[in-house]
Design a protein around this ligand. Structure first.
Ligand code: SDX
Length: 378
């Protein structure tokens, strides 16, 4: 074994061999199983993309129908999970509610038959089916209302929007939402996926894996940035204030939310597609003053930080889309999680194929052989 130098944040250290997705951060290229993200965004559906990611190939028509049907059938959540959510504080963040609820699924479904393809398939179906229902349920429960039951006649995306608003969505809006899910479904060895793979490597159950990944995604340096972007745009307030805001952030060495990426040194290809989706939405349903501020901020950041490779990432424009779809700001990250479950499950399966428990080393920089000092002498 070759010892290598410590790299903060494991930058540049491969943590797995993977066939699931590929990023070229110098040119802004992203592929799922070799298929460019642009082609999937234009032509696929979220469930077809999830199938591709998890099982490694596009489904034949019958396979996709069966997969969709199974997922539709498993959308409901147990009343005991709903009752558990009723005990959560209504002021709690929906990502915390989701993490707890995802972990709670492990209490209900049998554990760790990891060599049984039927167990794997059921767990995949249950997680894809139930996570959106749990996100929508907490939204109603925290307002003191009963959750809206899922509708079997609606597509995955349309059903989620229906469960949120208790109103069948315009098919155009459901289509836009479905494309957002495709764009967020997978992204190589990001922090939450790494977390999922580390957890998977202990051979624990998939509900614990997803719960650990949800907790990791929640942070503002990762998935939580989409929510922070909307808060930041509101704080900036006007196009005129973009430059002073940026100057102040740079002077205090603060991060501009929705910008920068460990891998991309150009604009994230997903941000480009999300920006187009936002524009399509604004054309159809009316503009959003925050968009003008976002455009001005993108331009100003490119001028100041472009030479460092700092450009919009996936979280920069997604919030503007979700806001226009009527989704509350603190549900943006749970929606990221709904989509990313597909990637986490794909990595779970891949990890199981060649599993070895993750157990990296550390570089110890503390003291040695110190004397024990009794409390009264410290
Ligand atoms: C996601 O990994 C993935 O694939 C994640 C993701 C996925 O799909 O899973 O793409 C989703 O998490 C997107 C990222 C969302 N986070 C944010 O938008 C938060 C703001 N961005 C940053 O904090 C930062 O860019 C990270 C966390 C995304 C990346 O961190 P790195 O790679 O550790 O980079 P760094 O913080 O060490 O910064 C390197 C340099 C520094 O300058 P110097 O000290 O070298 O002079 O770039 C600067 C940083 O100050 N910098 C920024 C900046 N991001 C980096 N400066 C101002 N604003 C920023 N946003």
């Amino acid at each position: 074994m070759v010892a290598c130098e410590f790299q903060p944040g494991l930058e540049g250290i491969p943590a797995a061999q993977s066939q699931i997705s590929f990023v070229n951060g110098q040119v802004g290229k992203l592929e799922y199983r070799g298929v460019p993200i642009e082609a999937l965004a234009d032509n696929s559906s979220f469930l077809e993309t999830a199938y591709l990611l998890i099982w490694g190939e596009f489904p034949k028509s019958d396979d996709l129908d069966a997969f969709q049907e199974e997922i539709t059938h498993h959308r409901r959540i147990k009343y005991r999970i709903r009752d558990m959510m009723k005990c959560f504080p209504e002021s709690g963040h929906p990502m915390d509610a989701l993490q707890a609820s995802a972990a709670a699924l492990g209490l209900f479904y049998s554990r760790r038959a990891l060599d049984d393809p039927i167990y794997i398939r059921r767990a995949v179906v249950r997680l894809l089916a139930k996570i959106p229902t749990m996100v929508a349920a907490f939204e109603h429960i925290r307002k003191g209302n009963d959750p809206v039951r899922p509708r079997d006649d609606l597509s995955y995306a349309a059903n989620f929007l229906y469960m949120m608003n208790e109103q069948e969505p315009d098919p155009f809006l459901a289509q836009i939402f479905d494309t957002c899910l495709i764009l967020h479904a997978e992204h190589t060895m990001n922090a939450s996926t790494f977390s999922a793979r580390v957890t998977a490597s202990t051979l624990t159950d998939p509900y614990a894996i997803v719960a650990s990944a949800v907790g990791t995604l929640a942070g503002p340096l990762h998935g939580g940035a989409n929510e922070e972007v909307i808060t930041m745009l509101a704080e900036i307030g006007s196009v005129e204030n973009v430059q002073p805001f940026l100057e102040e952030k740079l002077a205090t060495k603060s991060k501009i939310m929705g910008f920068g990426h460990r891998v991309y040194k150009v604009k994230d290809p997903r941000a480009k597609i999300l920006q187009k989706l936002a524009e399509q939405l604004f054309d159809k349903t009316g503009g959003d003053p925050s968009y003008e501020i976002a455009l001005a901020l993108e331009k100003a950041v490119a001028e100041k930080l472009g030479s460092k490779g700092i450009y919009p990432n996936v979280d920069f424009y997604s919030g503007l889309v979700y806001q226009k779809l009527g989704i509350p700001t603190d549900l943006f990250t749970p929606i990221f999680a709904i989509a990313r479950v597909a990637g986490w499950l794909a990595h779970w399966r891949e990890q199981l194929e060649t599993n070895r428990i993750y157990r990296p080393s550390q570089v110890y920089i503390g003291d040695h052989s110190l004397a024990y000092i009794p409390p009264e002498s410290r």
